[in-house]
Write a protein that binds this ligand. Sequence first.
Ligand code: BTN
Length: 271
Amino acid sequence: MDERETKRSVPFTEGARVHALAALLPEGRQGLLRWPEETDSTSRLLRALAESGAPAGTAVLAERQTAGRGRLGRSFASPPGGLYLSCLLRPAAAPEALGALTARTAVAVRRAILRTSGLAPEIKWVNDLLMDGRKLCGILAEAVVRGGRAESVILGIGINAETRREDFPPELRDTAASLAEFLPAPPDRLALAAALLTALDDLARDCPADRGEYLAEYRAACVTLGKRVFLTDGTEGLAEGLGEDFSLRLRLPDGSLRQVRSGEASLHREP
Ligand code: BTN
């Protein structure tokens, strides 16, 4: 056991972790809680629970993942020290409304980080959180659509909380950031988990109606706006603004405008 482990805010057994987390959440909050030491993917485990009828608000966390899933079919490195959390929503919304949901999740996660650490990460469209230009958090929203409605949505969030640089795979060491780097004391992952679930509960309640607050906060924190960006298909353009649905308004070199609704807008040309 190293010194960092003896100081950690998160208890050592699943039962104690779940108990401590529940104590920080509102009494009567709906949903089951699981927090094993290790799983392949919290989102995969939560999907299985959702399919056997788990209610909205059910959340799965893990101390580490062996097969963390990222956007666009990528994997997500999930060493110890991170906060890996998936939460189940049953929004009864049309699938078209879900694009905005993934962007609003970035706002919800940012709020939780701000409340518990005072740090204000930037948002890189569409839902990466950055500190110092490096990736602090990734968000993956996965929906099960049946009969034209989103029957369930799993919001999967991975935050590098106190992940040590050497615990990241070598290729991520210069591009990943951890909350601990910016704080005088290790972040309280338990408090962060509770703040995160509370912010996601608020999001689920506010969704699909948008009172405009999420969009305003998103715009203010979005590092992509005003920058030259590169889409995965090689398109380059100037990110001029955001639509009401959080789509990115891109000015192309020929002067035309493109409204980008999904995918990735990198701030650097990928090699
Ligand atoms: C990305 O940046 O590509 C999205 C990463 C999402 C990672 C989180 S960690 C918790 C949840 N479980 C997973 O397997 N993935 C998400």
